[in-house]
Design a protein around this ligand. Structure first.
Ligand code: S3P
Length: 169
């Protein structure tokens, strides 16, 4: 079974769905943001502020290159990961299966405020909406896209994804 990469905007539910999917498949769960926070001993915002976004993206890619090739993994990417062509290429070369969690903007907006303290790419609702719109074309390049209403429980979404996964050794 292929490694699965959950992609989509901040607040799409990549972490919760990824954890549920890893449980169903008995795969390892990797949260890219969580792994970076652990590696640097600093929050995402602190990494952005002290090293800059370019350094964050560089480390994110290095980490992705490592986890993409480790077997039996479900990976929750960050909201910007899949927007970089190199990162999409890494996932492709590793034989990974990418799934876009397509959640409507009003639902994302409802979920984000209050939880955006460690989300430096969320500045204000209008800026974030524009970012959301501009990233959709990249997210839609995923192997599968799930149109979600925002009310589906993560376990149910994970089951839908599990039924889509190609049987790749
Ligand atoms: C980012 C999203 C965040 C995190 C970082 C940058 C982005 O991940 O990687 O703050 O560029 O959209 P989540 O999507 O898990 O919030």
């Amino acid at each position: 079974m292929a490694n699965t990469f959950l992609v989509g905007f901040m607040g799409a539910g990549k972490t919760a769905v990824g954890q549920a999917l890893a449980r169903i498949l008995c795969f390892r769960f990797v949260d890219l943001d969580g792994a970076l926070v652990e590696r640097f001993g600093a929050s995402i915002r602190e990494i952005f502020e002290s090293r800059g976004e370019a350094a964050f993206r560089h480390e994110e890619t290095l980490l992705l290159e490592r986890v993409a090739f480790s077997p039996r993994s479900v990976v929750a990417t960050g909201g910007g990961t899949f927007c970089l062509p190199h990162n999409r290429q890494v996932i492709h070369i590793a034989g990974g299966y990418s799934v876009f969690l397509d959640v409507p903007w009003p639902v994302i907006l409802r979920r984000l405020p209050g939880k955006n303290l460690d989300r430096p790419k969320f500045v204000d609702p209008e800026q974030a909406r524009q970012l959301y719109e501009s990233r959709r074309t990249s997210y839609l390049l995923a192997d599968a896209s799930l149109s979600l209403g925002g009310d589906e429980p993560p376990d149910l979404i994970a089951q839908r994804i599990a039924s889509l996964l190609p049987e790749v050794a």
